[in-house]
Design a protein around this ligand. Structure first.
Ligand code: FAD
Length: 498
């Protein structure tokens, strides 16, 4: 029997301990441990974290379900290749700090990724137990060890190599920039991050709400970087205050890593979109999360409290916006999505949470026109019902309008959450920076992160388009390697070297 078959065999034994114990040696079957969370109707009225994390007892039970496969598929399902089998093995031995250290070999932000990674599409999807529909809860275990250290202490500030004398500028303090800064600092380089907003963290602070990712977690990670010697210049828009060329020629930076995300919102292009009460999801979420409008008057950014809110879109961003609208006091918060539930791109958990909290899903529905009152404020959203036709280029069935099915949703706000793209500022101010057809920064490859401009690297959403936290972090790690190699060899790829 091959090793792979043996693992599958163990998983398939069921009852007599196949799933619950290693090697299926008569241990009782342990079900996947659910995570405690605030009751739906309670949490829909507050901004506290929804999920509460495993207790130690639950974490140990959940870890005991891991079969410690000889060929662990879970690691191949992780975009940054975390040694999942080893970290869960360390939890089984109650060595939580070593488990955390094992994750940190590949991922800088386990407390973040344990909360927001789409594990069901990645590591957990290929877990051998997923064949039975209940994979090991890898993300929850990742979160457990990170939270354990935050609560009990015991971590240490990583030591950097001897200073190399090289200076690196990083544009953007999102997950990609923070990861690159960490790795480059450990390599001995001097790193300065330039961040346009007044807080570091990128989408982790301005986009993802407190109830899904408490900001104290991001602040903790940023503080570690500062303790390691990373300088973070806030309220500093590259392309306005200084250009990339100035950073290199005037300020003496030896290399630049651009990871400024893809935060420019798309709109629908339908009549009425410029009425008062129409927001992009990014603006709506930034006002609430970053400017803490939900805590007005303690924070001085007010946000209008709408009674009936329609959020157009079906991704994670749309779920965050609609759940925020509910928490801000909306009586009716709708998701308007043109395909069916099966095609919703948001994480399954986020969709379920939204449904339990009372969000109303208008599926197979597309907006046609935003309706306004005489004062120019939104008073409704005209929609049309859709049905699914043949698959389109994305492989998903194309939504087709049903003639004569128009109807009006009475709402006083519309939040548009149909995607984002790159901000043109850096292309306009950086001669020689290549752009792809889709409008993102052109790179030699996502492994080297070299742009068409010598000494300038790019990664994260600004290269891939809107993606995930873990992919952005992976890009930061690749960029750090690429930059270190460039600083040692001075080599560049043939297309660039401008
Ligand atoms: C609301 C929302 C919810 C999401 N939910 C999830 C989720 O559940 N799971 C998941 O995996 N992913 C999620 N994502 C996607 C994920 O957050 C992104 O893929 C990831 O943050 C990209 O990281 P990044 O570092 O490339 O860019 P960002 O996080 O966008 O950070 C870029 C930073 O660059 C700064 N910047 C921009 N221009 C300049 C400039 N000219 N000068 C200086 N600084 C600049 C920005 O202010 C920002 O701080 C979500 C995204 C959003 C918007």
């Amino acid at each position: 029997m091959t090793e792979e078959k043996k693992d599958q065999g163990a998983a398939g034994q069921g009852g007599q301990g196949g799933e619950g114990g290693r090697k299926g040696q008569g241990r009782p079957k342990v079900p996947r441990q659910s995570m405690p969370e605030q009751a739906p109707l309670v949490r829909a009225k507050n901004f506290d974290e929804v999920t509460l994390g495993y207790t130690e007892e639950q974490a140990l039970l959940e870890a005991s379900r891991c079969l410690q496969c000889k060929k662990p598929f879970c690691t191949t399902g992780c975009p940054v290749g975390i040694d999942i089998k080893s970290f869960i093995g360390l939890i089984q031995s109650k060595d939580y700090l070593s488990a955390l250290a094992k994750i940190k070999e590949s991922s800088l932000l386990p407390a973040v990724c344990g909360r927001v990674c789409p594990q069901e599409m990645q590591c957990e999807k290929v877990c051998i137990l997923s064949k039975k529909g209940d994979s090991v809860a890898i993300g929850r275990l990742e979160r457990f060890v990170a939270d354990f250290q935050a609560k009990h202490g015991g971590g240490r500030i990583p030591k950097a190599e001897a200073p190399t004398g090289k200076k690196i500028a990083i544009v953007g303090a999102g997950p990609s920039g923070l990861t690159a800064a960490f790795d480059l600092t450990v390599m001995g380089h001097k790193v300065t991050i330039f961040e346009a907003l007044h807080k570091a963290g990128g989408v982790l602070v301005y986009g993802i709400p407190e109830f899904r990712l408490p900001k104290a977690i991001v602040e903790r990670e940023v503080k570690v970087l500062e303790q390691m010697g990373v300088e973070i210049k806030l309220n500093y828009v590259i392309g306005k205050i200084k250009t990339i060329d100035q950073l290199m020629s005037e300020d003496g930076f030896d290399a630049v890593y651009i990871c400024n995300g893809a935060g420019l919102p798309w709109f629908m292009g339908i009549p009425g979109e410029n009425l008062n009460g129409v927001y992009s999801a990014n603006e709506f979420l930034t006002r609430s999360n970053l400017m803490k409008a939900f805590r007005f008057p303690e924070f001085d950014t007010p946000i209008k409290r709408f009674k009936n809110v329609a959020v157009v879109g079906g991704g994670n961003v749309a779920m965050d916006a609609v759940r925020t609208a509910l928490r801000l006091g909306a009586d009716n918060a709708y998701i308007v999505y043109r395909r069916s539930k099966d095609e919703l791109p948001a994480r399954k958990e986020e969709v379920e949470h939204a449904m339990h909290e009372g969000v109303q899903f208008k599926l197979l529905t597309a907006p046609v026109k935003v309706l306004g009152n005489e004062q120019g404020w939104v008073k409704g959203l005209e929609c049309i019902e859709m049905e699914l036709g043949d698959p389109d280029d994305s492989g998903r069935r194309r939504p087709v309008p049903k003639p004569g099915s128009e109807f009006t949703l009475e709402v006083d706000a519309v939040v548009v959450s149909i995607g984002t793209s790159s901000n043109p500022l850096l292309f306009q101010t950086t001669p020689g920076l290549g752009q792809t057809k889709r409008g993102y920064i052109e790179v030699e490859s996502e492994q080297t992160c070299r742009t068409t401009k010598k000494g300038v690297f790019a990664g994260g959403d600004i290269v891939t388009g809107s993606a995930t936290v873990i992919l952005a972090m992976g890009a930061g790690r690749s960029a750090a390697k690429g930059i270190d190699e460039y600083l040692k060899t001075g080599e560049w790829w043939s297309k660039g070297a401008l």
